[in-house]
Design a protein around this ligand. Structure first.
Ligand code: GYE
Length: 347
């Protein structure tokens, strides 16, 4: 029956994929009504319990973005694999490799294969309704991790994500405290349409408007790519465009920008002419803050493995879960960073 249902839905998808784009709205709601989760858990729990009752290994399908997207993504993938293995789950992880449609068909394939849980990290926030409906029809709990997708609450079981708007606003507030004579900002955005890019970009765009700052360059780098970021900044420098702030939406792109400035003899960081803002806060990047190369690094924590294991175990046990969980995150600048913080970093 489950196989027939998902087959029907895959066919429907074939017809609806073309029409799947939707404008994206970022939400920053906090805790949702757990009963919603409880009810949903009930249905899912039946599926999960049955599986649990048979004692068969829980099979978790993970629709990941790109294998080598960034140091953050590498840590994120490792966290899933290690935590799921330790929990005794069988992991089926697939990578979209920059292709949204590929992620959609991969997710449908996992539903076809009757995974017990489906965890999705979307390259794009929009266009997941059909997959979510197919999972629901098949009784497979749909979990969003890292990036919130553009789905109504009835179409997913729970989420553990980062609040990208809040991350961006932390950077904007920090920039305000710098009281620069002028603000000429270079924005190096992440993958277009991902909730990480949308949240972080909207924050700096709104912040610039509100504070009368100038964004002299604003482009998204496919795949959050360090080399593309380096080339973009090198071209900007060669064009003679003046800037004194680099707002790089992840550590790797910030490092790319610094390499371009090094090549042009432009100073940056704690004692330099250009303020460098990054996101993710990988260990090597925090070392750059400590060394005064990056001025600010806004944390985005990739260690979702244990969080999703806890969530799945609760669902499998029929326990209520928090529907919309946001990861607690910090920020580190040259005034607050310490060697101890760097040493304690696990990714
Ligand atoms: O900032 C970037 C990664 O989704 C939060 O994706 C994540 C972003 C992260 O590739 O480095």
């Amino acid at each position: 029956m489950k196989k027939l249902l998902s087959l029907v839905l895959v066919l429907t998808l074939a017809f609806s994929l073309a029409a799947c784009s939707k404008t994206v709205a970022e939400t920053t709601t906090a805790k949702a009504d757990t009963t919603v989760a409880a009810t949903t858990a009930k249905t899912d729990e039946t599926a999960a319990a049955t599986t649990a009752k048979t004692g068969a290994k829980l099979v978790v399908g993970v629709v990941q973005t790109n294998a080598n997207e960034s140091d953050w993504r590498t840590a994120n993938t490792k966290s899933f694999n290690e935590a799921f293995a330790a929990a005794g789950f069988e992991t089926k992880m697939v990578f979209g490799e920059g292709d949204h449609a590929k992620q959609i068909s991969q997710a449908m394939q996992l539903i076809q294969e009757e995974v017990d849980y489906l965890v999705v990290l979307g390259l794009q926030s929009a266009g997941w309704e059909d997959v979510a409906k197919a999972a629901k029809e098949a009784g497979i709990p749909f979990i969003m991790a890292d990036r919130k997708l553009d789905l109504t609450e009835d179409l997913y079981t729970a989420m553990v994500c980062s609040d990208f708007a809040a991350e961006g606003n932390k950077a904007v507030d920090w920039l305000k405290t710098q009281a620069l004579d002028s603000y000429n900002i270079v924005v190096l955005g992440g993958d277009t349409g991902s909730s990480a890019q949308l949240g972080r970009s909207k924050a700096i765009e709104d912040g610039a408007k509100a504070n009368g700052w100038t964004i002299v360059f604003n482009q998204n780098m496919k795949g959050w790519d360090e080399t593309l970021a380096k080339q973009a900044v090198a071209d900007l420098i060669a064009s003679g465009t003046k800037f004194n702030v680099v707002y790089a939406e992840n550590d790797n792109m910030a490092r790319g920008a610094c390499a371009a400035m090094d090549a042009a003899g432009i100073t940056y960081g704690k004692t330099g002419d250009v303020k460098v803002i990054a996101f993710d806060a990988n260990k090597w990047a925090l070392q750059n803050v400590l060394d005064g190369k990056f001025n600010l690094d806004v944390e985005c924590n990739p260690l979702h493995g244990p969080r999703i294991v806890e969530l799945i175990n609760k669902l499998a046990a029929g326990e209520a879960v928090e529907k919309n969980a946001y990861v607690k995150e910090e920020m580190f600048d040259t005034a607050t960073i310490t060697q101890a913080i760097v040493d304690a970093r696990t990714y």
